[in-house]
Design a protein around this ligand. Structure first.
Ligand code: MF3
Ligand code: CO
Length: 257
């Protein structure tokens, strides 16, 4: 479904500077969408708010027209409750107690920033709050492992150990990925794995880390719209993502305002 370009492209300092700006604009546009989240707002309105900021900077989303069962029809993905990733913005109104993951990308001077957050709509249950907190912390753990010489298996193992220790589940079907001139480059970075396995991380690698966490199962299903990925058992899910570069001084997040 998602077409993967597996080549790993090491970025120069100049390219990393461009990706820092792509990531910054992406984070600013995302925050415009996040600030609208409240009961009654439609997911399409979040897409519009995001696009408005992109227009201001004359940048665009790599999601729009991304190849799949049919070209992806929006600039962001909005995945509500049991929807894990790739939900399509629509006239669906968010209601109190929902959670919505907003996943978004920006192309600036030919380079991509890729980022996602999961946001509560009004007050949410204790379990829902814990799911969000665990998924957010899983991303921090992944980022902390982005050191030269570590492997993608080290990253995945750390995420899996933490998330499963909290009693939640990790999908095997969707993973983090290298990112650069293309939204999906190598290496693939699963949120599960064994220490020492996979690809070694090198200075100048830029990777979108994105733990996807499910409350009741690791199995997913694709909805009738052919894009939206949901938990197979209808249980809640959450997703956070940052674009990160491996440097001699450790990991640096590129998708910050
Ligand atoms: N940003 C998502 C990812 O991290 C994918 C977006 S799918 C698209 O891989 F079709 F919307 F582009
Ligand atoms: Co991504």
């Amino acid at each position: 479904m998602i077409s993967w370009e597996r080549s790993i492209n090491i970025k120069s300092p100049v390219e990393i500077e461009i990706m820092r700006e792509a990531g910054r604009i992406n984070a600013e546009a995302l925050s415009a969408a996040v600030s609208l989240v409240e009961p009654g707002v439609t997911t399409q309105a979040l897409n519009s708010a995001f696009e408005k900021v992109q227009k201001k900077y004359k940048v665009y989303s790599p999601f729009k027209d991304y190849p799949g069962p049919y070209p992806y029809p929006a600039s962001i993905c909005t995945s509500v409750n049991e929807e894990l990733v790739h939900g399509i913005p629509s006239n669906r109104k968010l209601v109190e107690g929902d959670i919505v993951s907003i996943d978004c990308g920006t192309v600036y001077q030919g380079f991509v920033g890729d980022m996602s957050v999961t946001v509560p709509v009004g007050n949410v249950s204790q379990l829902t709050g814990r799911l969000i907190a665990v998924t957010r912390k899983a991303l921090d753990i992944a980022i902390s492992k982005m050191e030269i010489g570590h492997t993608t298996g080290d990253v995945g193992h750390a995420v899996q150990t933490y998330v499963e220790g909290e009693g939640f589940y990790i999908t095997r079907t969707y993973t983090g990925h290298g990112v650069g001139r293309k939204m999906h480059e190598g290496p693939q970075v699963p949120n599960y794995g064994k220490p020492g396995r996979g690809m070694q991380l090198r200075e100048g690698m830029t990777i979108a880390l994105e733990p996807m966490v499910l409350v009741g199962t690791s199995s997913t299903t694709v909805k009738a719209d052919e894009w939206t990925v949901a938990s197979a058992d209808g249980s809640l899910t959450a997703h956070f993502e940052h674009t990160v570069v491996v440097t001699a001084n450790g990991p640096e997040i590129l998708t910050l305002i």
